[in-house]
Ligand binder design. Structure first.
Ligand SMILES: [Zn+2]
Length: 123
């Protein structure tokens, strides 16, 4: 993962937390799905620490329209600008051994352990 970008996100958010880490991880995984140069957008159900994490990774914000809050959603939907299909990311419940740092786990565990992905129709 991009440590420098993560540190910037922490700085901007004001503290390190699991929500920020989860959002950041979502953004980093989304970047792997779409082609370089495509403008990635995210829709999410609530505005919280996760929002800042996604923003920190994608380099956008709610204000500039990169992220949209939609309370009817149950998961996190990423799509490239202009596309009518995207990917829904759903958080997985992680069973962590005692003493595990949940922030490090969310940032570094295999994607399959952190989120599930499914294609979603945006029309
Ligand atoms: Zn936070």
């Amino acid at each position: 993962m991009n440590i420098e970008l993560w540190q910037k996100a922490v700085e901007h958010h004001g503290h390190k937390c699991v929500g920020l880490a989860f959002g950041f991880r979502l953004g980093e995984e989304a970047k792997k799905i779409f082609n370089e140069g495509e403008k990635i957008h995210c829709m999410m159900p609530v505005r919280n620490c996760i929002t800042d994490g996604v923003a920190g990774s994608l380099g956008g914000s709610v204000e500039d329209g990169t992220i949209r809050i939609d309370e009817s959603l149950k998961n996190f939907v990423f799509y490239a600008e202009g596309d009518d299909e995207g990917w829904a990311f759903t958080q997985k419940k992680m069973e962590l051994p005692e003493g595990t740092d949940p922030i490090a786990a969310v940032l570094t565990y295999d994607r399959e352990m952190v989120v599930t992905l499914e294609p979603v129709d945006l029309m």
